[in-house]
Design a binder for this molecule. Sequence first.
Ligand code: BG6
Length: 474
Amino acid sequence: MGFRKDFLWGGATAANQCEGGYQEGGRGLANVDLMPTGEDRWKIATGDMKHVKPDEKYFYPGHEAIDMYHHYKEDIALFAEMGFKCYRFSIAWSRVFPLGTEEKANEEGLKFYDGLIDECLKYNIKPLVTICHFDVPMGLVEAFGGWKSRKMIDAFVKFSKVLFERYKDKVEYWLTFNEINMILHAPFMGAGLVFNEEDNREEMKYQAAHYELVASARVTKLAKEINPNFKIGCMLAAGNTYANTSNPQDVFQSLEKDRENFFFIDVQSRGEYPAYALKFFEREKIHLDFLMEDKKVLRENTVDFISFSYYSSRLTSADPEVSKSTEGNVFATLRNPYLKASEWGWQIDPLGLRITMNTLYDRYQKPLFIVENGLGAVDIPDQNGEICDDYRIEYLKEHMKAMRDAVDIDGVELWGYTSWGCIDLVSASTGEMKKRYGFIYVDRDNEGNGTLKRQKKKSFHWYKEVIHSNGENL
Ligand code: BG6
């Protein structure tokens, strides 16, 4: 009983939130480099974008981030010390194709990932590579308008092919797009979409989603041709939506809210557009450029496993009066009176993880992989300079117990767990450094000050023991 013997314990990061070195090694500018700290960040992330170069009035936290570009050996040694079996990271597209439109890949950019991957393998840490974690080279945004164009599919296939061929004997686990449903919530951050006044935003978002789905299926096909043992996963920003009351209106609304997200995985895992989505497009007069060959490629190239991030459940009401108090900077939700929340208002619901796992497993009957989970919190060193993050340990422990129940009691097949931001990094939604998730503290503040020194938190030692005992003593 308990977790499987080869359970993949580890941690997760994304290039744009930890690497820094945004102009080093020939790297080109990407959409994620244009996301500053402060109020305008989310406006820009949602497509209200007026400039294509960094603007002096802003501070861009990702440009240096935690400088993993130069610290990766030290960081991976720390992951190894915790006993990581797996490390999930993403590849910055614009390091490999600085503009995105070149025919030849940038060798210097690839060398960086050669080093990173070899360093993982040195410690027997399996790399789990996210091919695209929110980034789009600005060259592709300028040339094609990001994912609003079908031309992006070929650009993505070209990028993926380079990675599959180069790492075919070194990397087994791949994710095509991080949180693919984020396109609906942060279309510039998720897909490089920029809107004009007259644009039909809904249609553009679903069109971009369609191209990403086709691209994901095309590279799944390619991956298997290059190495049939590759395991390709999709990735959902998950978290079930509860109904605010037992009123059937609320219950139905919660079902519809969940479908907005499941739609993506329904296509990636079952290979076709669900009927409810087609009806939705018809009702909303959303017309997609959808070719016969798209249908075929989607049907024939479904994913091997379902990966997802889980931070919280959500709550919805059909009553307009109640809905007025809906909040949240990424996913809209009501406050659930049964749950506590983090300092950023993200509600803490370990049982919600078990509910979400069961829903996904019932729906797709494919192995699951939790590739993000964690608590964003302010860490303050005590008088001895130590960080005693018991709140984080508590959060993680409760979530791990819930995932063990899903495995042990409910029979869900779970391949692994990589906690988010295993080393402190830049927050995607706010750009802050202060919102920390790590087992390893990084000395850097919201304004970019600090020595970048790495320090083990109390949770570092705790997680090491969790991995060592394969979660037996939770
Ligand atoms: C997910 C993303 O949405 O949540 C990560 O895949 C992100 O990139 C994480 O960092 C946590 O969100 P935040 O806003 O606290 O950084």
